[in-house]
Design a protein around this ligand. Structure first.
Ligand code: PXL
Length: 281
């Protein structure tokens, strides 16, 4: 099983490839990478970071990979620095995804109701086009709102099913992370998702207060690991959501600054145990 992760390298801040590569590899599958840019830190909560766009290198990388005849079972794309890079992901799918392989798009664009620096409405429109080429998309609630033209500020929990329904116009198996619901146990954080039979479902974990950077990358990487090992969507969502919540809890108890990313390292073993049990069922 061979996975290609397309994302940036943020040297500091535990997100994108520094999260995807360890988690997907530890899941027990080959993870090759295509770095889209190299930044000294990620762009959320830091200033003065360096940003080297690697777009120029990508045609030659693809040419060599074609000569090698590389083909992937799963391609996952994450942070993309420009509209050109969105086109580059589309061409990676055409040239390197096996017939019947899985295309997963994490439409990284924003959080907490706002777009990250460098992104605008034109980028959102192009990202919608990329989502249309995917089998699975994993936006957070902010990104789901931008992709569906929903006003984030007025969203309540009653709206989540309708947002999921709208996302299905882009892609058959969307999931939305970070959806707060107010149940009998207090506030819970939910993933709303569509399974491989087209049924809409949700899975709730404990809500831990705070804005934790890189949570979406941990969730998406764990989901890829599970799907790559043949785990069904329900179990993959459950394992990935629990791993992410455990990592958030660890980060909070360690007291590290949220912008430095999730301390998921110490939670990896329990993720892998859950994955192994599900994959070998
Ligand atoms: O975690 C998402 C992400 C990935 N890569 C870069 C980012 C962000 C979010 O801010 O800035 C460079």
């Amino acid at each position: 099983m061979r996975v290609l992760a397309i994302n940036d390298i943020s040297c500091v801040g535990k997100c994108s490839l520094t999260v995807a590569l360890p988690i997907i590899s530890a899941s027990g599958v080959t993870c090759d990478i295509l770095p889209t840019a190299i930044l000294s830190t990620h762009t959320g909560g830091f200033t003065g970071y360096t940003f080297r766009d690697l777009s120029e290198d990508i045609p030659a990388i693809f040419a060599q990979w074609k000569a090698l005849g590389l083909q992937y079972d799963i391609i996952i794309s994450g942070y993309l620095g420009s509209i050109d890079q969105i086109d580059m992901v589309k061409s990676a799918k055409r040239d390197f995804l096996k017939k019947g392989g899985l295309m997963i798009v994490d439409p990284v664009m924003g959080d907490n109701g706002a777009l990250y620096s460098h992104f605008d409405q034109k980028f959102v429109e192009e990202m919608k086009g990329l989502c249309c080429t995917a089998d699975v998309i994993v936006p957070n609630l902010t990104e789901a709102c931008y992709l569906t033209g929903t006003a984030y500020a007025s969203v309540t929990e009653k709206d989540y099913p309708a947002i999921l329904e709208k996302l299905k116009k882009l892609c058959p198996r969307p999931s939305i992370t970070g959806c707060d619901i107010f149940g009998t146990n207090g506030v819970e954080s939910c993933v709303f998702y569509t399974d491989e039979q087209g049924k809409d479902k949700h899975y709730a974990t404990e809500k831990i207060e705070g804005a934790f950077h890189g949570a979406g990358d941990v969730y998406a990487s764990a989901l890829v690991g599970c799907l790559a090992r043949g785990v069904d969507t329900d179990t993959a969502v459950k394992i990935s959501a629990e791993f992410t919540t455990n990592s958030i809890r660890q980060t909070k108890s360690d007291g590290t600054e949220a912008r430095y990313g999730l301390n998921s390292e110490s939670q990896m073993l329990s993720y892998l145990k859950a994955l192994d049990a599900a994959a070998n069922r």
